[in-house]
Design a protein around this ligand. Structure first.
Ligand SMILES: Nc1ncnc2c1ncn2[C@@H]1O[C@H](COP(=O)(O)OP(=O)(O)OP(=O)(O)O)[C@@H](O)[C@H]1O
Ligand SMILES: [Mg+2]
Length: 327
């Protein structure tokens, strides 16, 4: 019997389930009522749009900075998603592949497995985000990076698997926080994280000259009045540069820690980039200039890792790097 394979990405921002004509991708958030058991009242967009919250219920983001903090909540959400998209039947062999950051410890990995197993299926394999990029290019050593919301995964990989990888806890959320701080310190203007993210996505840029602007509502902390304020790309540039340069520093040190020959090969093959944070304006030029290697950003970076992973688990050429499962 042909097994059905699904990729699950329990991201800090988005929870995705992909494969076999299923594409679920919604904010990784649940409206939860806790009693003797964890009751999920709504999840994803429906949880965010719930309106007045019922008594004793709270909004929970079960994953932050790439780590599953609340496995019971993630498990309960996955159970509902599976019920809808891949209902459990005795005649259905299902393999689940779960994307995880490279930097997870043993207990953190066990928590991911536990949460996914709560969905009902037991055939679970974890895939490190960096490894998922393998089908994106042919052989050789190359650098890869997944710019997420909570973490950025950076690695050097080749057809034999991961050469080295590192998870940086600077990603989209950190950029939003930094934007808030910069506006507070330099303009006495206070905005919330959601507004900071909107500003980032609208006018955030790594280009040195960028005259975009956007208006946003926030609080003037001097007179405590709410105001509509025009924010320019130049004002938030220091926040964006700070975060992305930290990530680039990690890339550089991964590169320089490689043996000479591998280093040269990576410089030739380049850097493959995906994840929501890869949509930052000017990122290709910024990385190319900083690292002096070719940079390739996926055209649809938000779903890229899912698509790569689906290829990885279905193409027998990659079976060796998946170990036991690849057979
Ligand atoms: N145009 C844009 N410019 C910059 N960042 C963006 C843009 N669009 C989305 N993002 C950021 O992408 C991030 C979400 O990316 P992604 O969906 O890859 O995260 P995730 O997989 O849920 O998180 P993680 O991999 O860290 O667990 C958010 O921080 C969001 O602000
Ligand atoms: Mg991710």
């Amino acid at each position: 019997m042909q097994k059905r394979k699904y990729i699950i990405d329990p991201g800090s921002r988005f929870l995705s389930v992909y494969g076999d004509a299923v594409m679920y991708r919604q904010p990784n958030v649940a409206l939860v009522r806790r009693g003797r058991t964890t009751e999920v009242l709504a999840y994803g967009n429906a949880a965010l749009e719930f309106g007045t919250l019922p008594e004793h219920s709270v909004l929970v983001r079960p994953v932050s900075q790439g780590v599953v903090r609340q496995p019971d909540v993630l498990g309960a959400v996955l159970r509902k998603i599976f019920e809808q998209f891949i209902p459990l039947t005795p005649f259905r062999a299902v393999e689940l592949y779960v994307i995880v950051p490279s930097g997870l410890g043993i207990v953190e990995r066990e928590n991911v497995e536990k949460a996914v197993a709560a969905g009902g299926y037991k055939d679970i394999t974890l895939i490190e985000a960096a490894l998922a990029f393998l089908p994106r290019f042919d052989g050789g050593d190359a650098m890869v990076a997944d710019f997420g919301g909570g973490v950025t995964d950076v690695g050097v990989i080749n057809s034999g698997g991961i050469v080295s990888a590192y998870t940086v806890d600077i990603a989209g959320d950190a950029v939003d926080e930094k934007i808030k701080n910069v506006l507070l310190q330099n303009k006495n203007f206070k905005i919330d994280s959601a507004a900071a993210e909107r500003v980032k996505c609208a006018i955030g840029s790594l280009y040195t000259v960028d005259s975009s602007a956007v208006s946003v509502i926030g609080q003037d902390i001097l007179d405590l009045r709410n105001k509509n304020y025009e924010i320019t790309a130049t004002q938030i540039a220091p926040a964006i540069h700070y975060c992305y340069s930290r990530i680039m520093d990690v890339m550089e040190s991964l590169l320089t820690s490689l043996p000479r020959q591998k280093q040269e090969e990576v410089m030739l093959n380049g850097l493959y980039v995906a994840g929501g944070g890869a949509m930052m304006n000017g990122l290709t030029d910024y990385l190319q200039r900083g690292l002096r290697l070719p940079v390739y950003i996926d055209k649809d970076p938000e779903t890229a890792v899912l698509r790569y992973a689906a290829k990885l688990v279905s193409d027998p050429r990659y079976s060796a790097v998946l170990g036991e499962k690849g057979k």
